[in-house]
Design a protein around this ligand. Structure first.
Ligand code: BES
Ligand code: MN
Ligand code: ZN
Length: 494
C-alpha cells in the first residue's frame, strides 16, 4: 500500500512534474519546485513530447536521478482535479520498480492537492498474487508517494493525505477482489475475508449461509446459487456511529462468476465475468472507508453472493422463485441473475433500515447489463432513481470524486414488458432499453417513499483494454469514491 507523505521539498531520487500545452507550445508545470526548465524543454521538444494526458516521459535530472514529465493536456485544464488525479496516477503507474517518488504538480488549493495525492496512490497498484515462477521478475509499485505543496503544514492538507491513503487502501481491496479468479473467490471466501476485515475497521458483520437463506425465504439468492457447488451467502456489514446524521444502505451485486447459467454465455469473453461481484466489493469497501474516516453517517452494506453455474440443479427457464418478502418471479432467463439476488437484498436492507429508524437512502451497485455498456461505453456508469434530488446529490459527489456517472430514465411504459402469465413478474422484458428494464425490475422491490439509486457499472468496473491515468487493467474500483464522497457531503450538511 502506497503511503502518502506531504513535503515542502524534493525528498526522493525521482521528481514528477507536469507537462502542459499552452498556445500550442509545451510548458513545464513543476508546481512550487524549481527545475532547469529551459534545457529540459529543449530536450522534450526535440523528443517530440506532446504534453497530452497519459504521456509519461523520463529524463535524467540535475538534482534527482530522474525527472518524470506527466501530461496535463491544455493548460486551462491543468488545474482540474480529475486531470491532476489522472496525471499523477499515470506517472505512478510508470514508476513500478522504484520505492518512492516526489510529485510536484501545479495546484492552487487543497482540493487539487488532494486529487494529486489520491491519483498517485491509486496509480501505485499491481496485482501479482497469482504469479508463480514469474513473480520474481515483477517490479513492485511505489511504496511511498510524496507530494510537494505549500499547504503541506496545514491541517486540511494532512487530512487530505490521510484520506488519500484510505481511498487507495479500499480501492486496492476492491480491485484485488475483482482480479481474484473464481477458483479462489467463492461466495463463502468473499464473505469470510470481508468479515475478518470488518473487525479491523470496527465494523459489525454477519454472514447468512445457504441454510439460513433457504430458511429465511431468500428465493433470489438461493435460486441463482443453487446450480453451484459453492453455495451462496449474504454478507451484511454495519457501521453505526453515535449521533449519525443520516442512515444509508448500500447493496452490491456479488456474482463471483456469471456463466449465464442454463442461458450459457459464449466461452469467448466469459472470463470477464469474474468481475460480476464488483458492486459487492465496492459497497463493502465503501463502508470500511466511511468507518475509517469516522463520518457521522450510519451505513449498512449488503452483498448478496452467488455463483451462477450450470448443473442438474440450476434454475431452469420457466422456474418460479419467491423473493424475500413474498413477490414471485418467473425466471425466463437465468442470465438475468443479478436483479434476482439484488431483489432479496434490497427488501432485506429496507426491512433492517426501517427497524433502525428508517433509511435516508438506499443505493444498489451492480454490473447488471450489457446494455449499459452499449449505451454509455466502458468509462461512464449509469444512475437510475425514484428521487431526482438524491440522484443530483450523488451526481455532484461523483463529479467531485472524478467518477463519470450519467442519469438514465426509468420509463413507466417498459414495466408491462416484465409481466408474466404465471408470476408477479418475469425477470426479463423488452430487449431494447435493457438497462432501463433491469432498473424497472429492481424498482418493484423498493419502497416508493425511500430515495433509491440504481448504479449500473457493467462497463466501468473492469478494464479489459489498456491502463490509463490511475486506472489499471482489470478491476478498477469504480463507485467506491462516489459513495464515500456522497457520505462526506451528507456529513457536512446540517
Ligand atoms: N453480468 C451480466 C452483465 C454484464 C455484461 C456485465 C457485460 C459486464 C459486462 C448480467 O448478469 C447479464 O448477463 N445480463 C444480461 C441480461 C439479459 C439476459 C436480460 C445481459 O445484459 O445480456
Ligand atoms: Mn448474467
Ligand atoms: Zn451477471
Amino acid at each position: 500500500m502506497a503511503k502518502v507523505k506531504l513535503t515542502s521539498k524534493v525528498d526522493s531520487e525521482i521528481l514528477v512534474v507536469g507537462l502542459a500545452i499552452s498556445n500550442k507550445k509545451l510548458q513545464i508545470e513543476s508546481g512550487s519546485s524549481q527545475i532547469d526548465s529551459a534545457s529540459l524543454l529543449a530536450t522534450l521538444n526535440a523528443m517530440g513530447a506532446t504534453g497530452k494526458a497519459d504521456e509519461v516521459i523520463k529524463l535524467p535530472g540535475k538534482n534527482t536521478k530522474l525527472v518524470v514529465f506527466t501530461g496535463l493536456g491544455e493548460i486551462n485544464s491543468a488545474f482540474d482535479p480529475e486531470n491532476l488525479r489522472r496525471a499523477a496516477g499515470a506517472a505512478a503507474r510508470d514508476l513500478n520498480g522504484n520505492k518512492s517518488a516526489t510529485f510536484s504538480l501545479p495546484h492552487k488549493s487543497v482540493v487539487e492537492l488532494a486529487a494529486i495525492a489520491e491519483g498517485a496512490a491509486l496509480g501505485a497498484y499491481t496485482f501479482t498474487e497469482f504469479l508463480g515462477s514469474s513473480k520474481q521478475d515483477q517490479k513492485e509499485p511505489l511504496s511511498q508517494v510524496s507530494v510537494i505543496s505549500k499547504f503541506a503544514d496545514t491541517a486540511q492538507a494532512k487530512a487530505a493525505a490521510k484520506r488519500a491513503e484510505i481511498i487507495a487502501e479500499q480501492t486496492y481491496l476492491v480491485r484485488d477482489l475483482i482480479n481474484t479468479p473464481p477458483s479462489h473467490l467463492t461466495p463463502d471466501s468473499f464473505s469470510q475475508q470481508l468479515k475478518k476485515l470488518s473487525t479491523k475497521y470496527g465494523v459489525k458483520a454477519e454472514i447468512f449461509n445457504d441454510a439460513s437463506l433457504k430458511k429465511g425465504g431468500y428465493g433470489g439468492i438461493i435460486g441463482v446459487g443453487q446450480g453451484s457447488a459453492n453455495p451462496p451467502r449474504l454478507l451484511h456489514v454495519s457501521y453505526s456511529p453515535a449521533k449519525a446524521k443520516k442512515r444509508y444502505a448500500f447493496v452490491g451485486k456479488g456474482i463471483t462468476f456469471d456463466t449465464g447459467g442454463l442461458a450459457l454465455k459464449p466461452a469467448n469473453g466469459m472470463e470477464a465475468m469474474k468481475s460480476d461481484m464488483s458492486g459487492a466489493a465496492a459497497v463493502i469497501a465503501a463502508v470500511f472507508a466511511i468507518a475509517q474516516l469516522k463520518l457521522p453517517i450510519a451505513i449498512d452494506g449488503w452483498a448478496p453472493l452467488a455463483e451462477n453455474m450450470v448443473s442438474d440443479n440450476a434454475t431452469r427457464p420457466s422456474d418460479v422463485i419467491t423473493i424475500y418478502g413474498g413477490k414471485t418471479v418467473e425466471v425466463l432467463n437465468p442470465d438475468a441473475e443479478g436483479r434476482l439476488v439484488l431483489a432479496d437484498a434490497l427488501v432485506k436492507a429496507a426491512e433492517v433500515g426501517k427497524k433502525a429508524g428508517g433509511l435516508d437512502g438506499i443505493i444498489d451497485v451492480a454490473t447488471l447489463t450489457g446494455a449499459q455498456v452499449v449505451a454509455l461505453g466502458t468509462r461512464t456508469s449509469a444512475v437510475m432513481t425514484n428521487n431526482d434530488e438524491f440522484s443530483n446529490q450523488f451526481l455532484k459527489a461523483a463529479e467531485i470524486a472524478g467518477e463519470s456517472f450519467w442519469p438514465m430514465p426509468l420509463p413507466v411504459e417498459l414495466r408491462a414488458s416484465l409481466d408474466s402469465p404465471v408470476a408477479d413478474l418475469a425477470n426479463i422484458g423488452d430487449r431494447m432499453g435493457g438497462m432501463l428494464v433491469a432498473g424497472i425490475f429492481l424498482k418493484e422491490f423498493i419502497d416508493p417513499q425511500t430515495p433509491w439509486l440504481h448504479l449500473d457499472i457493467a462497463g466501468p468496473a473492469y478494464n479489459e483494454k489498456s491502463a490509463h491515468g490511475y486506472t489499471p487493467v482489470g478491476g478498477t474500483g469504480i463507485a467506491l469514491r462516489s459513495l464515500v464522497q456522497l457520505a462526506e457531503l451528507a456529513s457536512s450538511q446540517s
